[in-house]
Design a protein. Structure first.
Lengths: 336, 443
């Protein structure tokens, strides 16, 4: 029936279908490009990557005090974790290619640190970012000055115990011996003295060396509680054991890699001594541990070991958590 | 030979003759293709959670190698969206009859490149980077985009679908293996073509475009270079084009003597074996070497890869047929007898693909709900756990494919050897040995 149509009608018919096809293809292309781009741009994700590949991105988050905000977290490589320091919160896992949503509300304005809670790699502890919480509530008071500063302790200098016990000191044996001794059991005394200093002060008594160490252990025990040591152990397992080892011997899963990385790092240029700084401290070594006071350890944990792999924990742990951790660390030396 | 003409069914004929059903499929495919590029570039870098990796290298590959190629030959080429934008640009129209005057340069493809060596090279280029390509979404996105851009660019310089015909890394092996498919596009009556005026199937008419694949349908004897685009069905004024059902591997009865195709067979055979060893095997060193592109171990991997494909396999094959009696020179015998490797290679790929497709198919369900890894859950399946499918039938199915492939290739070898009056025994022995190696690698 083609000849029923005038020539130009056929042409018009073809043209319309051609036009519709072109429009359809164009719309399809624009839609296929535009839709994902639009949705992607409106879904701000916080990407987690191992520190070597950039860590958190973005690593600064802005929020307002007392206003809940939701973060969409995803991992681009391995399993990471997310938690905010100084806050009582359960950490969440951040899984590769999946999105974890977490809603937070922070009461006080300030700068908070968020960090990875999974041992994702050698530089796991470098995976940190900050949440800048703004708001009109009263400005935060000045931060308390840590004890090591008020005491004027040089936390980078060696603090070694010149004498160490032959047997592992026992707090239980020490308790009986200490009952009649005129010694200071106050918390302040405990915090400011190393076990060796207390051992030394006990030299005026008639006790044997081994008995004196037992008394020291009992003083350390009486200034901590089983709960605080248990809490310290939990924190240690989660945050410290990767480098310092489950048993405190400085041989965690990352220890060898840290030492290897240290060898090739710039610190090696200072000489062999600096290299040893790259190896995690051995808490089972009595020379080091019995020469260190709780105040000194607090300083090291708060500030971190500059130029070493030891991170700064001051922005992550609360003061109480650090004391709990220290209480646990001495249990590598003492029997409670 | 026994054929059944599908185009005799009015329903099929109508669907193929109209441009609209194919155009609709093209548009859907193009959307999927562009989405895959975008997903690769902006979606999660975790391959198993990204549409581009999951839908291209698992879903599409599974459909291509397990269904489309064995049963429909170049069926994928019939719906591949890559030519859609480039042909629109080249012709200046989507549906309207072509202008007499070409829009762009419209050059003939250079004569010395009128073979599939470029496709052999483009496939090998992807193959050498495959460990990274198959797992890294943004690399996949870039490669997909590059193919689209290359097709568009070439369509402005050269006539017809030069990208599809001479460059597409996938098109080369689809063409080779399409000879085994039980489907073909052929003319019905040669005499009609001989007397046909103007040959609109090749030159185009107001009803459609001249063969985009630069093939004269009247001379078709093999599927290799017919892209099943259906243009000739639309342009033939004598209704002389048919789509036929036919026995499997009908084209292999007439062995090709082309060296580019013979080497394509070796490339495909060899790379399926190397993949089976590197991607599925227990050797971490090989995996590392294949993955660490650019390093010296990777270069060693490249050298071994190329040596297996270009020296070891063809060398053993040539050695085998060296002393056989034949009137033909070695080169021609080599090319003709390599035909036997076509069904063998196809079944190697089927066996290899079964394993990784069934292992990873469950990712498709999760990726469907969250294609970009943005935390969506469109169909409630975003958290579907990874779960290998049909693990109990995997090994039997692979064995069946490999043994079936061996029998199939042995039959093909006999026919090819009969044709050139030589012995098929060395070829069958070669097929037997490579099948044993493949079985050892896969099972």
């Amino acid at each position: 029936m083609l000849h029923d149509y005038a020539g130009h009608d056929v042409a018009a018919l073809v043209k319309r279908s051609e036009l519709v096809s072109r429009i359809l293809i164009t719309v399809a292309i624009i839609g296929a490009v535009g839709t994902p781009l639009f949705i992607w741009a409106r879904t701000p994700l916080i990407h987690a990557r191992v520190a070597e590949n950039g860590g958190w991105s973005p690593d600064v988050i802005h929020a307002n005090a007392n206003q809940p905000f939701t973060l969409h977290l995803t991992s681009d490589d391995v399993v990471h974790g997310f938690a905010v320091g100084q806050m009582d919160m359960q950490s969440v896992d951040v899984l590769p290619g999946k999105v974890t949503d977490i809603t937070l509300k922070i009461d006080k304005p300030g700068i908070y640190t968020f960090f990875c809670t999974r041992w994702c790699g050698l530089n796991h502890w470098r995976m940190r970012g900050t949440i800048e919480v703004g708001g009109s509530s009263s400005a935060p008071g000045p931060a308390a000055v840590p004890m090591y500063v008020t005491l004027g302790l040089d936390i980078d200098a060696p603090h070694e115990a010149p004498v160490i016990p032959i047997n592992r000191p026992s707090a239980i044996s020490g308790q009986k011996l200490a009952a009649n001794l005129p010694i200071d059991r106050s918390i302040d005394y405990y915090l400011k003295h190393s076990p060796y200093q207390v051992f030394d002060e006990l030299s005026t008594t008639s006790l044997t060396e081994s008995q004196r160490w037992d008394v020291v252990a009992s003083i350390w025990q009486s200034n901590t509680t089983p709960e605080s040591r248990a809490n310290g152990q939990q924190l240690y397992t989660q945050n410290c054991a990767a480098c310092h080892g489950e048993n405190g011997a400085g041989n965690g899963v990352f220890a060898d890699d840290l030492a290897a990385a240290g060898e090739s790092s710039i610190q090696t240029m200072a000489g062999a001594d600096s290299m040893t700084m790259q190896s995690p401290v051995d808490f089972t070594n009595p020379i080091r541990m019995l020469g260190a006071s709780p105040a000194l350890l607090q300083g090291k944990i708060l500030r971190g070991g500059m130029g070493t792999g030891m991170p700064m924990w001051g922005s992550i742990f609360t003061e109480e958590q650090i004391w709990d951790l220290i209480a646990y660390l001495y249990s590598f030396q003492f029997d409670y | 030979m026994n054929r059944f003409e599908l185009t005799r069914l009015p329903f099929i004929k109508k669907i193929l003759k109209s441009r609209y059903p194919q155009l609709a499929v093209f548009i859907v495919m193009l959307v999927g293709y562009i989405f895959a590029i975008l997903a690769g570039l902006i979606g999660s870098p975790v391959g198993s959670r990204n549409f581009s990796i999951v839908f291209v290298w698992i879903a599409w590959w599974a459909v291509l190698i397990l269904v489309a190629v064995p049963f429909f030959g170049r069926g994928w080429c019939a719906v591949c969206p890559i030519p859609l934008p480039s042909e629109w640009l080249q012709r200046g129209a989507v549906l309207s009859p072509p202008d007499k005057k070409p829009k762009w340069f419209n050059l003939r493809w250079p004569k010395f490149l009128r073979n599939i060596w470029m496709q052999n090279i483009s496939f090998l280029l992807l193959a050498l980077f495959s460990s990274v390509l198959l797992t890294t979404p943004n690399i996949t996105g870039i490669v997909l985009a590059a193919m689209l851009v290359a097709a568009i660019g070439l369509s402005m310089v050269f006539e017809r679908r030069s990208f599809c015909r001479y460059l597409c890394p996938v098109g080369g092996f689809i063409g080779l293996y399409s000879q085994t498919a039980p489907i073909e596009l052929r003319i019905k009556d040669k005499q009609v073509c001989v007397t046909c005026d103007g040959k609109p199937c090749y030159n185009g008419s107001e009803n459609g475009y001249g063969c985009p694949w630069d093939v004269f349908p009247g001379g078709l004897t093999r599927n290799t270079y017919c892209g099943l685009c259906m243009e000739c069905i639309r342009t033939c004024p004598h209704d002389n084009i048919a789509i036929n059902l036919r026995p499997f591997s009908a084209d292999l009865a007439k062995p090709s003597t082309r060296m580019d195709e013979a080497f394509k067979a070796f490339i495909m055979l060899g790379s399926s074996m190397i993949y089976a060893g590197v991607l599925l095997g227990p050797w971490g060193t090989f995996k590392d070497a294949a993955y660490n592109v650019g390093t010296s171990v990777w270069l060693v991997y490249v050298i071994i890869f190329l040596a297996i494909i270009f020296i070891i396999l063809p060398g053993l094959f040539a050695l085998g047929i060296l002393k056989t009696k034949s009137a033909l020179p070695l080169k021609q015998r080599f090319a003709s007898l390599a035909t036997a490797l076509i069904p063998l290679g196809l079944m190697f790929w089927v066996a290899f693909s079964l394993s990784f497709v069934l292992t990873n198919a469950s990712y498709i369900i999760a990726s469907l709900s969250d294609p970009l890894g943005l935390g969506w859950n469109l169909f409630g399946t975003a958290n579907a756990a990874w779960q290998p499918l049909l693990t109990t039938i995997l090994a039997p199915a692979q064995t069946l494919a490999l043994v079936g492939g061996l029998i199939w290739s042995a039959r093909t070898a006999q026919k090819a050897a009969d044709k050139i009056k030589t012995s098929s025994i060395p070829v069958i022995a070669f097929c037997f040995m490579t099948t044993l190696v493949m079985m050892w690698l896969l099972l």
